[in-house]
Design a protein around this ligand. Structure first.
Ligand SMILES: [Zn+2]
Length: 335
C-alpha cells in the first residue's frame, strides 16, 4: 500500500511510475535457479549520502528520503537515510579537514589521537552502523558522484555472492550500470562502505562538484529503489532472476599526472582519452597532452580499461585515472 504522498509523487513523475512497474515485475520474476542460493536475510539497510560534501546527488537524495520516508519503506526490512558529513555539506566542500571516506581503517577508528572533524564523524558513523565485527546494519549503500564519465557505476563492498548477484541484476536492468571492483574490495579498505561486507558505493557521473544533474539524480534514485526492491524480494525468498555471469572492471593500478620537480602538473588528460571511461586503452594510445602540445602515449604493454579519468577530487591524491582489467566472472552460490 503506497502512502498518499508517494501516490501523488508517482502520478506527477512518469519515470517513478516506470520504476514502480519494474518493481512489480521483479516481484513476479522468480528465478528457481537462484532461489535456493539466496538465503541472506537483510534486516537493516543504511542509505548514506554526503560522505563528500560537494557531491550533491547523494546530499539531496538523503534530504528527500528524510522528507518522504515512505520512499524507503519495504515490508521485510528497515532502511535508514544518513547524511555522513553535514559540516562539509554546509561548506559545499568535499571535506573539512580530511577525506571522510579514507577515515574508516580499523586502526584509525580505534585511535583516539585522531580527532579531526572527519575522524570524529567516522567514529560516530562506525558506532551508528558498525562495528565491522558485528555491524548494526546488514547493507550500506554509499552515494557518490564523480566528475568522470562513469555513468552508473557500482563498486561492491566485497565480492560476496550476494553483492555480485545484486550487481548482475542491476546490470541487466540498466544498460548504463557498470561494476567496478576497487584494488581493496573487502573490509580492510578505509572506506565508509567497508563497515559491512554487503552493499556498495554508487559513483554516478559525469557531474560537476557542487552541482546537481537532474537526469543522474533520477537515475540514482531509480537504482536505489531497484536495490531496495531486490533486497525485499530476496528476503521473501523470491530473488529476482539475475544473470549467473557478470562483467567487472577490476582495478589494477592508478596513474598520476606527469609532474615537475615541484609537484606541479606537466600535462593534462589527452583530449582523445577524456570522457572515455570503461573504453579500451591500447598500448601506445594517447594518454596525456603537455601544455606545449606534445602527446604522451600509454606506455603499458596490455590493453586496459581506465576509469575515474580526470576525477577532480583525485588531483590532490596523485591519481589521473585508475586502470582496470575487464573480467567476466561466474557468480558462485551462497551468501
Ligand atoms: Zn565521493
Amino acid at each position: 500500500m503506497r502512502s498518499l504522498l508517494e501516490r501523488e509523487w508517482l502520478s506527477r513523475y512518469p519515470y517513478e511510475r516506470h520504476v514502480a512497474e519494474v518493481g512489480n515485475m521483479i516481484q513476479e520474476a522468480i528465478n528457481e535457479e537462484t532461489k535456493s542460493t539466496a538465503a541472506t536475510v537483510i534486516r537493516r539497510v543504511a542509505i548514506v549520502g554526503g560522505t563528500h560534501g560537494n557531491e550533491l546527488t547523494g546530499v539531496y537524495l538523503i534530504k528527500k528520503f528524510e522528507q518522504f520516508p515512505t520512499l524507503l519503506h519495504r515490508s521485510s526490512f528497515e532502511a535508514i537515510p544518513l547524511l555522513a558529513n553535514p559540516a562539509a555539506v554546509a561548506m559545499n566542500q568535499r571535506y573539512v579537514d580530511r577525506d571522510l571516506n579514507r577515515c574508516f581503517a580499523r586502526e584509525d577508528l580505534s585511535n583516539p589521537a585522531l580527532a579531526t572533524y572527519e575522524d570524529k564523524r567516522a567514529k560516530e558513523i562506525a558506532a551508528q552502523l558498525g562495528p565491522r565485527e558485528q555491524p548494526k546494519v546488514n547493507v550500506i549503500i554509499d552515494l557518490h558522484s564523480t566528475t568522470s564519465n562513469m555513468g552508473l557505476s557500482l563498486l561492491p563492498s566485497s565480492k560476496a555472492p550476494f553483492n555480485l548477484r545484486l550487481a548482475a541484476y542491476l546490470s541487466r536492468l540498466h544498460p548504463e550500470v557498470r561494476v567496478c571492483c576497487g584494488e581493496q574490495c573487502d573490509q580492510d579498505a578505509p572506506l565508509l562502505r567497508s563497515l559491512t561486507p554487503l552493499g556498495c558505493t554508487l559513483e554516478v557521473g559525469a557531474i560537476a562538484q557542487g552541482a546537481l544533474d537532474a537526469h543522474y539524480f533520477q537515475q540514482t534514485e531509480q537504482l536505489i529503489r531497484a536495490i531496495l526492491d531486490y533486497i525485499d524480494a530476496n528476503n521473501k525468498g523470491q530473488p529476482p532472476s539475475a544473470p549467473r555471469t557478470l562483467t567487472t572492471y577490476q582495478a589494477i593500478a592508478s596513474v598520476d599526472y606527469p609532474r615537475n620537480a615541484a609537484g606541479e602538473l606537466d600535462a593534462m588528460i589527452h583530449p582523445q582519452l577524456q570522457h572515455r571511461d570503461y573504453e579500451p586503452l591500447f598500448p601506445g594510445a594517447p594518454l596525456f597532452l603537455t601544455f606545449t602540445g606534445e602527446t604522451l602515449p600509454y606506455p603499458g604493454e596490455t590493453t586496459v580499461f581506465p576509469v575515474f579519468i580526470n576525477e577532480a577530487a583525485y588531483y590532490e591524491k596523485g591519481i589521473a585515472m585508475v586502470l582496470t582489467e575487464k573480467q567476466e566472472i561466474t557468480i558462485p552460490d551462497g551468501a
